[in-house]
Design a protein around this ligand. Structure first.
Ligand code: ATP
Length: 396
C-alpha cells in the first residue's frame, strides 16, 4: 500500500534522511512564503509526474471558483504534493471537515486510488465478525506458523485538527488525553501495559536508546523529522512533542500516538492465525473507543485519516513472509510485486515503507484496498493472497 508520501510507481523512492526540497509555491504555510504560482506548478507536475494523483485530478476551474479562504485551505492540503512531485497521492487533509468541504477534489482522488468506479458512490462497510471464515495460514503449511502478523487501524479524534494542522500545544494536549486513557487501559487485565513517550519532559519519557530499541523491534514508529513529504504537510511538525506508544505487557497490542494520524492502533502476533489477530485488535479498539474522545468517522469515508489512502477501514493488515526464491534472495521484487498486484496486495520491504527486502527474501505483503472493503474482506484478501504467493514460492 502506498501512502501519501510514497513515491509514485517507477519514480524515485524517498528515504528517511533524504534532503528536504525547498518549497516553491506561492502560499503561506506557517512562516514560509513559497515563491511560484502553484497552479502553474501543478500543470507542470501533471506532465512530468502523471502518477501524482493530486496533480492528475486537480481541477483548475473548481479551484478558481472557491472563495480565497477556501483556496488557501486547499493549497495547504496539496502543498506536499506540489513540493514533492513524486508523491503518489500528493494531498493530506488538515481537518476531518476537509473531506466534506472539498469533496469534489478529494472524491476524484479517492475513486482513482481506491479503484472505485466514478459512477459508484463512495461508502464504507464495517464487519469484524471473524467467525465467518477460518483464516489460519498454519493450516496451509506448517512453515507458515512462523509468520509475523500485524494489523493496524488509523483513528483521529473529532475534536482536534488532523496532525498536519496541529500546533505543539495541541499535540501535547492530545497526548495527555491519550495517556490518561492508557492509564485506565493499563488496569484492564487483557490489555495491561505501559505508555512510553518521546515528548521531552513527559512523565512517561523514555531514553533515546529505548526508543531506538523499540523502532528496531518494529514496535515504534521512525523519526519523522527528516521526511520531506510529512515536513511540508506539517504532519512531522514539533517533533518529537506529542509522540509516544502504548504497549501491552505481552507486546501484542500497541497504539502509536502522533504519527501520521492521531492514533494508529494495532495488534502484532506470530503464528499465522489471522482470526486471532483481528479479534485482538477489535477487542482493544472497542475498549479504547470507550476511553478516548470520539473518533472522526463518516458513513461515506469510514475512518477519517490524514491521507486519503488510509480512509475507509483505515486498516493495513500485513504479513512478514520469507519468499527467498521468488524474490531472488531479496534482490528482485518485480515478479512478486506483479503477482501480488493481481491479488490485490502490495509488497514492501520488511523494514516498513521505503525499505528493501531482507537477504532472506523477507517481504511485507498487505491488501491495497481500504475504502469500500470491510475489515473481514481485508482479512480474507490477505489470507487468500498469501496462500497463492506461498504456492508460487514452493513451485519456484
Ligand atoms: N507483519 C509485520 N510483522 C512485524 N512487523 C511489521 C509487520 N508489518 C509491519 N511491521 C513493522 O511495522 C512498522 C511500521 O511499518 P509501516 O510504516 O510499513 O506501516 P504502517 O504503520 O502500516 O504505515 P503506512 O502504511 O502508513 O506506511 C515497521 O517497523 C514494520 O517493519
Amino acid at each position: 500500500m502506498q501512502r501519501c508520501n510514497a513515491p509514485s510507481r517507477g519514480e524515485g523512492r524517498a528515504r528517511p534522511g533524504a534532503a528536504v526540497p525547498r518549497c516553491r509555491v506561492m502560499i503561506r504555510t506557517k512562516d514560509k512564503t513559497m515563491k511560484q504560482d502553484p497552479i502553474a506548478q501543478i500543470a507542470q507536475i501533471r506532465q512530468s509526474h502523471p502518477n501524482n494523483l493530486m496533480a492528475r485530478h486537480f481541477d483548475m476551474a473548481y479551484f478558481r471558483a472557491l472563495e480565497p479562504a477556501l483556496q488557501q485551505r486547499l493549497l495547504k492540503i496539496i502543498a506536499s504534493g506540489i513540493a514533492n512531485p513524486d508523491s503518489s497521492m500528493g494531498a493530506y487533509a488538515m481537518d476531518a471537515q476537509d473531506y466534506a468541504d472539498f469533496a469534489p477534489f478529494f472524491d476524484a482522488l479517492i475513486h482513482d486510488f481506491h479503484g472505485i468506479p466514478d459512477d459508484t458512490p463512495i461508502a464504507q462497510p464495517h464487519d469484524w465478525n471473524t467467525t465467518q471464515a477460518a483464516c489460519d495460514l498454519g493450516g496451509i503449511d506448517p512453515a507458515l506458523k512462523d509468520v509475523s502478523m500485524r494489523v493496524r487501524v488509523a483513528r483521529n479524534a473529532a475534536s482536534f485538527p488532523l496532525p498536519g494542522a496541529m500546533n505543539r500545544d495541541q499535540r501535547v494536549a492530545f497526548e495527555s488525553l491519550a495517556a490518561d486513557a492508557f492509564a485506565k487501559l493499563a488496569e484492564n487485565p487483557a490489555f495491561g501495559g505501559e505508555y512510553l513517550s518521546i515528548t521531552p519532559g513527559s512523565p512517561h519519557e523514555i531514553s533515546a536508546d529505548e526508543y531506538d530499541r523499540r523502532v528496531a523491534a518494529h514496535q515504534m514508529f521512525k523519526d519523522m523529522s527528516n521526511d520531506r513529504f510529512l515536513n511540508v504537510a506539517g504532519i512531522s511538525g514539533d517533533w518529537p512533542y506529542g509522540r509516544g506508544m502504548y504497549v501491552s505487557e505481552d507486546q501484542d497490542f500497541l497504539v502509536w500516538v502522533g504519527e501520521e494520524d492521531h492514533l494508529r492502533i494495532m495488534a502484532m502476533q506470530k503464528g499465522g492465525n489471522l482470526n486471532a489477530l483481528f479479534d485482538r485488535l477489535h477487542a482493544g479498539l472497542t475498549v479504547l473507543e470507550g476511553l478516548l474522545p470520539e473518533f472522526a468517522m463518516s458513513g461515506k469515508y469510514g475512518a477519517i485519516a490524514s491521507c486519503p489512502t488510509n480512509l475507509g477501514a483505515g486498516m493495513r493488515a500485513s504479513l512478514h513472509m520469507k519468499l527467498p526464491k521468488v524474490t531472488q534472495g531479496g534482490t528482485d521484487l518485480s515478479a512478486i510485486t506483479d503477482a501480488a498486484k493481481g491479488l490485490g496486495l502490495a509488497v514492501r520491504g520488511a523494514g516498513g515503507e521505503h525499505s528493501d527486502a531482507g537477504a532472506d527474501g523477507l517481504v511485507d505483503i498487505s491488501p491495497s484496498a481500504r475504502l469500500g472493503v470491510s475489515e473481514m474482506q481485508i482479512m480474507r484478501r490477505l489470507y487468500d493472497g498469501a496462500a497463492k504467493l506461498w504456492a508460487m514460492e514452493k513451485a519456484a
